[in-house]
Every structure is written in C-alpha cells, then in structure tokens.
Design a protein around this ligand. Structure first.
Ligand code: SF4
Ligand code: SF4
Length: 265
C-alpha cells in the first residue's frame, strides 16, 4: 500500500491552522515521509488537484459562494474530510450570530454595499458540516500542534478519530490545577470540549471556549454553579458567545435568571 495522499486547504479564516501545521518543524519531515502531500498552497505552489485524496484537511468557514464550490470539489475527491479549527468545525467567530436572519444587514454595515468588496457573493458564515459530510474534526483557534500530530498519526493508521466527550475541566484536573472558578475568575472549561490539554487554565488564564461547546453539556447545572459563584452573567454570556454562539449564550443567561426566580433570590 502506498502512502496516504492528503491535501490541506483553507476557506475563509485567518489561516492560523495551516500555519500551525507548518510550525510542526521537528515533525514536518516525518509528516512528508508518512503522507504524500498533494496540495498545501500555504507551503508549496506545487499541487495536483486532479488526484483522489485519502484525507483532506480543511480550515475556515464557508462564507462565500467560492468557498462553497471549493469545499464541494474537495469533498468529491476525498475519502475522508477533516474539519480543522473552530471556523471549519463550528463556523468561527464570524458565525457567532448564525441563524439570525439579519446577517446581511450586519455585513452591509461593515462593508458598505453587498457586492462592494468581494469578488464572489457572500454567504452567511457556516461550518463545513452545514454543507458536506465531515468525517472527523479537530477544533481549536487555532489548532494545536500536538493534537494535530496525534490526529494525523491515527489517520495514517486508518483510524478516524473522535473528539473526546468530556470538558476541559477533566484535563485541568489531571494537571492538578487549582480551579480558577474557586479563585473568583470566569472560566468556560465546564462548557468546552476537551482536547487542548487545558492550556489556558494551566497558565492561570480562564478558558474562553475555543474548542467549542461540549455536546453533552449540562447547561442548567453550569448556570446554577456560575450563579452560586456570583459571576456577572452578562460577562459570562459575552465570553460564551465568542465561540459558542449568541443564541446559546442567551439560553445560558435565561437559565440563570429562571433559576434565580425559582429560588426567590
Ligand atoms: S480552572 Fe476552568 S477548566 Fe480548570 S477546573 Fe476550573 S473551570 Fe474547569
Ligand atoms: S483552555 Fe479553552 S480557550 Fe484555552 S485553548 Fe483550551 S479550549 Fe481554547
């Protein structure tokens, strides 16, 4: 069996995920040894777009018609499609208001006329899974080197990895960190997918949720906990909205206010 053929692509985003792949300096030669890289425009102008791929890594959200076309072409020729980075997995900060019909009004407020600054018509920013089947994900803003290498290693052995279904707090406990919530600081670890190794709380910085909201979150219990700790819910909701979306941040806030009413506080 030959080496797996891979392509690394970017849609609308900051290209930070592709950059972090290039930043795997010590392991880069090994990656080239294991995989046959057919397209990686950030690293090389040599590319072969005609060939079928075993794995395509795609970063960025679908934010234009051109993005959508590109994504559909990639999907057609790839056996496994991996969304890398928050934009590809959840839509990124640009999709904070996803589902809100007023997105074009906001777009015009920023850019003036709808067609003034783009070469391709804009679309409401959405994650890849809104349009095509996604086989695996690696969240993060941007992705981290170590989780990427682990993911690449599994794919090289034909294993399609899944994101763990426990929150950042679990990794934080394994590192024996003192909980920031107990120190009176806002940390979104309980609401966020693990996988980053609790990098921020390990440096005494509250998690802002860049690995995205955990699927099995217990919003009600989190709301109660934050309320008990006396956090400013507007501030918590603002932070949660950055990577979790405005709608879910509002839901968290309203859970707190209904719990407050129930308990008569
Ligand atoms: S510091 Fe944050 S991530 Fe760590 S245990 Fe506390 S809430 Fe969870
Ligand atoms: S601790 Fe939170 S904000 Fe920091 S990298 Fe991990 S998920 Fe992202």
């Amino acid at each position: 069996m030959g080496k797996p053929k891979i392509g690394i692509y970017g849609l609308t985003g900051c290209a930070g995920d592709q950059l972090n792949i290039i930043n795997c300096e010590d392991e880069l030669l090994k990656l080239f040894d294991i995989f046959e890289i057919k397209s990686f425009v950030m690293a090389s102008s040599a590319k072969d777009e005609e060939i079928e791929l075993d794995v395509a890594f795609v970063e960025g959200s679908v934010s234009t018609e051109k993005d959508l076309e590109h994504l559909q072409e990639i999907r057609k020729k790839s056996k496994i499609l991996v969304a890398i980075g928050h934009c590809a997995v959840y839509g990124g900060v640009q999709s904070m208001f996803m589902g809100n019909e007023e997105w074009m009004e906001r777009y015009k407020r920023v850019y003036g006329k709808e067609s003034a600054v783009t070469l391709t018509p804009p679309l409401e920013p959405k994650p890849l899974a809104a349009y095509v089947k996604v086989d695996a994900v690696l969240p993060g803003c941007p992705i981290e080197k170590e989780p990427f290498l682990k993911l690449a290693g599994k794919l090289a052995h034909g294993v399609v990895p899944r994101v763990p279904d426990y929150p950042v707090c679990a990794e934080c406990k394994w590192k024996e960190n003192e909980c920031l919530l107990l120190k009176g600081e806002i940390c979104l670890g309980p609401l966020t997918n693990s996988g980053c190794g609790a990098i921020c709380p390990s440096m005494n910085i509250g998690c802002i949720g860049c690995w995205g909201p955990i699927a099995k979150e217990n919003m009600k219990s989190e709301a109660m906990l934050l309320m008990e700790k006396g956090f400013d819910m507007d501030e918590v909701a603002k932070r949660f909205a950055i990577f979790g979306g405005v709608e879910r941040a509002e839901a968290l806030k309203s859970l707190v206010s209904s719990s407050t009413k129930e308990s008569g506080k």
